[in-house]
Design a protein around this ligand. Structure first.
Ligand SMILES: Cc1cc2nc3c(=O)[nH]c(=O)nc-3n(C[C@H](O)[C@H](O)[C@H](O)COP(=O)(O)OP(=O)(O)OC[C@H]3O[C@@H](n4cnc5c(N)ncnc54)[C@H](O)[C@@H]3O)c2cc1C
Length: 295
C-alpha cells in the first residue's frame, strides 16, 4: 500500500504528528523501533496533565488514541534506508520489506552517548540524569553532582545549585579558568578535581580513584546525542548543536528536502516531551499542507 505519510518514530513527536494527519483522514503508517529515549526513567515530569506519570504510560495512551483512527497503521520495525523516487519515498526495513509514501516525517529521537564510567549506564534515568527540569525537583534540595563531559558542563554546574548543594566533578575533562572559578564560587559549587573510579551503592555514590566514596542524591551530565543516519542518507541539512548535530528545519518543521519533515529531539538542540509533542503537531499539520498544496 502506498501511504500518504510514513512517520518514522512512534513516540511523543511521531504520535503527535500522526494525530493531526489522522484527524485529516490521511493514510498514515507509523514505523517504530520501540526505543524511546526516556525508557530508563520511571516517571516523566514537566508535561501538562501528566506530571509524574510513567513515560511508557503516556506513550501507550497516546498510541491507543491514535490507533482509534481507521486510517492509521502501525509497524513495529526499524527503518534502515530511505530512497527518494518520483512519487515520494520508500523506506526499507531492517528485517526485510519496504513501505512507501508521498511524504515522510522523521521523529526518530536521539541516542545518548554516556561517558564510560563503570556503574553509570545502569543508573541512567534512575540516579543519573541530564535534565534538571525533568528530575531535579525530586532530589529535594539534596546532594547533587555534575559530571563534566566537556567545558560546556560549566552551564550545568552553574544551574544545579537551584536544585541542591552541588559538587562539580571535573574527572580530568577540563580545568575552569579564573573567570569560571569565580562563577562557580559565586554559586557555591564545590569542585572535585580527582578522577572517578566508578559509581556504586544502592542509590548513588561516586567512588574516586583515591578510594573516597562521596554519596549523592543525584548526578547530572550532558551526554553527546546521536541522531539516526536516515536524515543524512536522503540529504537533509543538519545543524550543529552544543551536544551533537540535529536535523535542520524551518518554523513549519520542514527539512531541506521537499516532502520530508522532522520533529522532536532529532530536530532540535535539546528536547523534552512537551517540546516533542508541540513539534510533532506542527510537523503533522505541515505534512498535511504539503499533501494538499504540493511540496
Ligand atoms: C533518562 C531520561 C529521562 C527523561 N525524562 C524526561 C522528563 O521527565 N520529562 C521530559 O519532558 N523529558 C524527559 N526526557 C527527554 C525525553 O525523553 C525526550 O525529549 C523525548 O522522548 C523526545 O521524544 P521524541 O518523540 O522526539 O523521541 P523518542 O521519545 O526518543 O522516540 C524516538 C522513537 O523513534 C524510534 N526510532 C529511532 N530510529 C528509528 C528507525 N530507524 N526506525 C524506526 N523507529 C526508529 C525509537 O525507537 C523511538 O521509539 C528524558 C530523557 C532521558 C534520557
Amino acid at each position: 500500500m502506498h501511504y500518504d505519510v510514513i512517520i518514522l518514530g512512534g513516540s511523543y513527536a511521531g504520535l503527535s504528528a500522526g494525530l493531526q494527519l489522522a484527524r485529516a483522514r490521511r493514510r498514515v503508517l507509523v514505523i517504530d523501533a520501540g526505543e524511546r529515549r526516556n525508557r530508563f526513567a520511571s516517571a516523566s515530569h514537566g508535561f501538562l496533565t501528566q506530571d509524574g506519570a510513567p513515560p511508557d504510560e503516556i506513550a501507550a495512551e497516546a498510541r491507543a488514541q491514535l490507533m482509534d483512527y481507521a486510517t492509521v497503521d502501525w509497524l513495529q520495525a526499524k527503518a534502515e534506508e530511505i530512497q527518494r523516487h518520483e512519487e515520494g519515498f520508500s523506506v526499507r526495513l531492517q528485517h526485510g520489506g519496504s513501505r512507501s509514501a508521498r511524504v515522510l516525517v522523521l521523529a526518530t529521537g536521539v541516542v545518548d552517548e554516556l561517558p564510560d564510567v563503570p556503574g553509570l549506564a545502569e543508573r541512567w534515568g534512575r540516579h543519573v540524569f541530564h535534565c534538571p527540569y525533568c528530575h531535579g525537583y525530586e532530589l529535594n534540595q539534596g546532594r547533587i553532582g555534575v559530571l563534566a563531559t566537556s567545558p560546556l558542563s560549566m552551564h550545568q554546574a552553574l544551574m544545579l545549585p537551584d536544585w541542591g548543594d552541588t559538587t562539580f566533578f571535573l574527572n580530568g575533562c577540563f580545568e575552569p579558568d579564573e573567570q569560571q572559578l569565580a562563577q562557580l564560587q559565586a554559586r557555591n559549587v564545590l569542585l572535585e578535581r580527582g578522577a572517578i573510579a566508578r559509581l556504586a551503592g544502592a542509590g548513588i555514590e561516586v567512588v574516586m580513584q583515591d578510594d573516597r566514596a562521596l554519596p549523592l542524591d543525584g548526578l547530572f551530565l550532558a551526554p553527546r546525542m546521536r541522531i539516526s543516519m536516515l536524515a543524512s542518507q536522503i540529504g537533509c541539512g543538519l545543524e550543529e548543536g552544543p551536544f551533537g548535530s540535529f536535523i535542520k528545519t524551518d518554523a513549519t518543521k520542514a527539512t531541506s528536502v521537499p516532502g520530508v519533515f522532522a520533529c522532536g529531539d532529532t530536530a532540535r538542540a535539546a528536547g523534552s516531551v512537551a517540546l516533542a509533542v508541540g513539534d510533532g503537531a506542527m510537523a503533522g499539520a505541515a505534512a498535511h499542507r504539503a499533501l494538499m498544496f504540493g511540496l
